[in-house]
Design a protein around this ligand. Sequence first.
Ligand code: MSP
Length: 473
Amino acid sequence: MKFYVTTPIYYVNDKPHIGHAYTTIAADVLARYHRGLGQEVFFLTGTDEHAQKNAEAAAKAGESDVKAYVDRMSLVWQETWKAMGLTIDRFIRTTEADHKKAVERFWSASTDAGDIYEGTYQGLYCTGCEEYKKEDDLADGKCPLHNRAPEQLAEKNYFFKLTKYRQALLEHIDAYPEFIQPISRRNEVRSYVDKFLSDVSISRETVSWGIPVPGDDAQRIYVWFDALINYLTGVGYANDEANFQKFWPADVHLVGKDIIKFHCALWPAMLMSAGLPLPKTVFAHGFFTINGQKISKSLGNTIDPVALAKDFGSDAVRFFLFREISFGEDGDFSLERLEKRYDTELASELGNLVNRVLVMANKYEVVPKLFSAAIPEAYHSAMRELRLHEALGEVMKQVREANQLIEARAPWKLAKEGQNEALAQTMQTLLVMLEQIAKMLDPFMPETSAQILSQLNSMRPEPLFPRREKASL
Ligand code: MSP
């Protein structure tokens, strides 16, 4: 059994913020969970480097060599994920040689299928979105997302016959309910494919930063066409056939809801064109705001995930992100709520539970039996179906049940009354529950999970979530 999970590859015109960390940590949670099941996992993330907006950012930074700029910025992304302890199997950069080879191979497969033709593009392009726009997409002539007017383009381009795949896409969407998740997104994409699909320009004549179109050095491949192929390159397409056969198709492409159409219309059509199997699931999570506001550099509210992890501990941040927001829906990030969850659920409920049980087990000289506790099926089904918040809900349910069990059985009373058997049994149940909790927490809070298991092993209690000063981010 294998499990191949990806995140979007991120533009390097800026450093990562908490929104990017959200997707990447979610992929890490899934990767850790599936490794824990004994599956062979491949977790891919990386940077999308041939974007016009990267070239603009380089110019703005006064760097004339775009490649030097993307080299420097890509490192920032790599170091961020490293600092957060993410278990990435490959960090891909679209400027790497094997990716160029993969894109060229793909281009020729699509050309052979008769799906690439020359035409003239006349219309609008938003560099912020790296997307061709229609008049209907604009508000007062401006891109509503980037609040600026798109460029007027009139150039010779290569086009991809997206419309050829309309029917096949609709059939695939209908036949495989798990293909686009959550279901609300599926309806959105289905109606887009049904009503609005048009052929798409996949090259640019007036830009010099990008992969040259094979056989036409005057053209650069459109950045999305280039970027989507990273999911193939990452596991060896055109470079390592055996590995590619082993891991492709992807099990889960995790994306934000902003880029669902690229992943659920253009991408599967591209794969059909090249004769390759489609990913099993594209899961689009929601977007979050910070204290109710859109995350934006100009508002100065971008939260640096590394600083946050330094402040609260990376496990607490991971816990918060998937406990607070229903995975798939929009949510709001606030420091107050993070502090509250830290103090109540982590420090008081979980931390105290572990501590109390171990202190009592020592005091009453309970020798823990070797356990290998079964994990509730509800947890596994939540994990399989990407209801990450519900999986954490199962963990907290167990934490509460254990705390209630302590209150109900009052081991100190049993000890006083000399009810040794009942005492031993209660303590044993609690120890098993702790082990289950630790195991369920592992994908989300790997350090905490390991600490609980090691305390259970040594039977030496150590405090888990220290009281902390008010955050000052
Ligand atoms: N380069 C393209 C993706 C190409 S994939 C073949 C791109 N890059 S991006 O840098 O703009 O990253 C977008 C992704 O970052 C979103 O889809 C989402 O995963 C994540 N997020 C960015 N801001 C976010 C929030 N405010 N909230 C949640 N996720 C956010 O698009």
